[in-house]
Design a protein around this ligand. Structure first.
Ligand code: ATP
Ligand code: MG
Ligand code: FE
Length: 345
């Protein structure tokens, strides 16, 4: 079966074609980062309008790349939530309209399930069961994954997400949006030992996280330097390195704790922060010592994209979790707030 997938939950418009037997056929992506940069963050109304302009040209591009026509599509999938309501509505209504015009079913996909299953797109792919560390702009969760749709939450952040911690600290240091990649680049020139930043909840005994205090700790240092001659370029690089080290430290320790606690030897990392080089290296090193294995999605598929949405739909179809008859009604709803545990199997 050929699945045409749409992602529009935030500031990326993604379209992809996935075959349930052959995997990813083609995908196209437009990031609105440059447009939102001037505002220091995503402006929801601008995001929705831009999705409208991009979605059909990206559909054509994806079909061309795969050498397919719309008539060859069997199922249309789209991100139904969580995300920005207006942005979600664009992808959902386009997907439902395309499906209706083709006389084919349309299926809603949970955005986080897309992130969570995206490491299965890599070669080699992990096998169930595994522990998943989901680290994105809006979420930080550890999950036990026993199969498609079988997700047990082990721990999560009590406040900011890891990506948010990167973004907010980057903003404090005068870096652009999104801050994660920029902060990570600046950190290359810094000394992580120059500042002793907190490792929030490192020894809390559970698998939860907290990152909001880290941002405050960096702010305190910035204020101190403003009073004593300013935040020089070298200090900014040191603060960036120390922040990255603190976040990576906590994420890696808790992920390993989750592996010990569940007895599982495989860790899967998903979401935008999974692109972080230090996090990747640290997990590779520590998990190989345990004779375990760690899996990451291809770097380009860590942040939002259509491939993970079409792929998640294909996995649900293969697992027999989709009622295609029900998917033919084309009545739809979006869920801007939607916990992964509420996802019906
Ligand atoms: P969610 O999926 O929770 O709704 P989102 O879709 O906005 O949130 P993603 O697209 O998965 O999140 O990831 C974006 C986040 O990843 C941003 O916070 C960004 O700063 C962070 N990020 C991207 N690349 C890196 C990197 N190399 N190092 C650290 N953080 C990074
Ligand atoms: Mg994004
Ligand atoms: Fe995302």
């Amino acid at each position: 079966m050929i699945v045409l997938g749409y992602e529009s939950s935030c500031d990326e418009t993604g379209v992809a074609l996935v075959c349930t037997e052959r995997g990813l056929l083609a995908h196209a992506l437009h990031s609105q980062v440059a447009m939102h940069e001037a505002y220091g963050g995503v402006v929801p109304e601008l995001a929705s309008r831009d999705h409208i302009q991009r979605v059909l040209p990206l559909t054509d591009q994806t079909l061309n790349e795969a050498g397919l026509t719309l008539a060859q599509v069997d199922v249309v999938a789209y991100t139904a939530g969580p995300g920005l309501a207006g942005a979600l509505l664009v992808g959902a209504s386009v997907a439902q309209s395309v499906a209706w015009a083709l006389g084919k079913p349309a299926i809603p996909v949970h955005h986080l399930e897309g992130h969570l299953l995206s490491p299965l797109l890599a070669e080699p792919a992990p096998e169930f069961p595994f522990v998943a560390l989901l680290v994105s702009g809006g979420h930080t969760q550890l999950m036990r994954v026993d199969g498609v749709g079988r997700y047990e939450l082990l721990g999560e952040t009590l406040d900011d997400a890891a990506g948010e911690a990167f973004d907010k600290t980057a903003k404090l240091l005068g870096l652009g949006y999104p801050g994660g990649p920029a902060l990570s680049r600046l950190a290359e020139q810094g000394d992580a030992q120059a500042y002793a930043l907190p490792r929030p909840m490192l020894h809390s005994g559970d698998l939860d996280f907290s990152f909001s205090g880290l941002k405050t700790a960096v702010l305190t240092q910035v204020r101190k330097h403003e009073a004593d001659g300013g935040v020089t370029e070298a200090r900014r690089a040191d603060l960036a390195a120390a922040t990255e080290a603190a976040i990576v430290d906590v994420l890696a320790s808790k992920a390993l704790k989750a592996m010990r606690q569940t007895g599982l030897k495989q860790l899967v990392v998903a979401g935008g922060v999974g692109a972080n080089r230090h996090l990747r290296q640290r997990l590779q090193t520590e998990i190989s010592k345990l004779k375990g294995r760690v899996f990451f999605p291809p770097v380009a598929l860590c942040t939002d994209n259509g491939a993970m949405i079409a792929f998640a739909a294909a996995q649900r179809l293969k697992a027999g979790l989709v009622d295609l008859a029900q998917s033919n009604s084309h009545a739809f709803t979006i869920r801007p707030r939607w916990a992964l545990e509420d996802l019906a199997v």
